[in-house]
Design a protein around this ligand. Sequence first.
Ligand SMILES: Nc1ncnc2c1ncn2[C@@H]1O[C@H](COP(=O)(O)OP(=O)(O)O)[C@@H](O)[C@H]1O
Ligand SMILES: [Mg+2]
Length: 386
Amino acid sequence: MSLQMTNKILIVDDEMDTCLALSIYLQSEGFTCSLAADGSMAMQMLLKERDFSVVLLDICMPQLDGITALKLLQEANCDAAVIMMSGQGSEELAVECMRNGAEDYISKPFSPEDILQRIERARLNRLARLDKLRLEQEKEDFILMLSHDMKNPLTAVIGSIDIVREGCLGAVNPEQKEYLLAAIDSCNEVVTMIDNLLDIRKFEAGKMQMIPQPYLATELLGKVTGQFARVARHDGIALSVNLSPDDDMIAVDRHSFNRILGNLLGNALKFTPEGGEITVSSAQVFGHDAHTLGIPPSVTIAPLFFTPGRFIRIAVSDTGNGIPEDELNHIFERFTQVAKKSGREKGGAGMGLAYCRLAVESFHGVIWAESRAEQGSDFIMLFPCE
Ligand SMILES: Nc1ncnc2c1ncn2[C@@H]1O[C@H](COP(=O)(O)OP(=O)(O)O)[C@@H](O)[C@H]1O
Ligand SMILES: [Mg+2]
């Protein structure tokens, strides 16, 4: 039997009669019970033997009361499910217990059936909670595996192909070059996917390190867009830039900004058929509030956008499939791809836009999508000017 399936219960109550009566009943129901007369004794037992599945914790006790013990248990990462028991039950007290991590709350006196039912439910909830934690740990391990075991060899593959492509190992004809470039593009797509995933995790763990510095927006935009010119030509798509003459500074991390734009352009290329057009544009805009800036009401924005200010508006527009109205917000969530004309059949894992949103917001910007059904999409970003 695994530790998780333990049927050990700790009963904590300063009234010994209650403790004993409860333990006799619960043992008759197949549980193994231990008793503690106050909070500090309970803490000692719980921290020493970590295999209790449920704690029945009285609230009013001498020395260490139940609420304090509950808080200490949470801090110590004790994974037992705690059911609080109180003689002077009140709604506020119950709420406080739940807020501090209790699984359940019961007022004394209670019937044996009632407590038994709550214990069963608490055990099930605890198992579900532990299962979720285990899954999260597995996910974490998998992501680490991705970063080390997949990204590094892939970068090496790109390097090797590039050496051949450059003709360092002998002459390469134009057709061969074309194939080698396509191989590099595909590898880079996977690297981008891994980078997106890893960075989303870093953002979530609060470990993302950005070094925002002021850059001329047009310079940043021109460079990245230029990098996509070859692929666009290859796909028969017209890629143009239409940059603001008012050259303004925005404070961003250069590497991250390139990745944001790279994701947006990568999507635009992916979802625009041959013969289509993609435009990257920028303009200076003055806003007084979210409405004058054209931010749709459904987009959550920082207070900054409710006050007058100068912003750079950057848009990546395409003449592709478009995005259904009801999906416009969801596509920024992780692993989300529009059901029908999904990116899945075109590759991708639905993480690019999630990365974009986290990164744009870290630069105090906002990003949203607009779409004309079947006629193309606009991805719009606003950044405060420096
Ligand atoms: N320019 C676009 N045109 C049409 N649909 C798009 C466009 N950009 C994104 N989408 C939709 O949003 C989804 C999520 O995009 P993204 O997060 O970059 O993931 P991925 O590219 O891996 O599918 C895509 O799968 C697609 O359904
Ligand atoms: Mg994408």
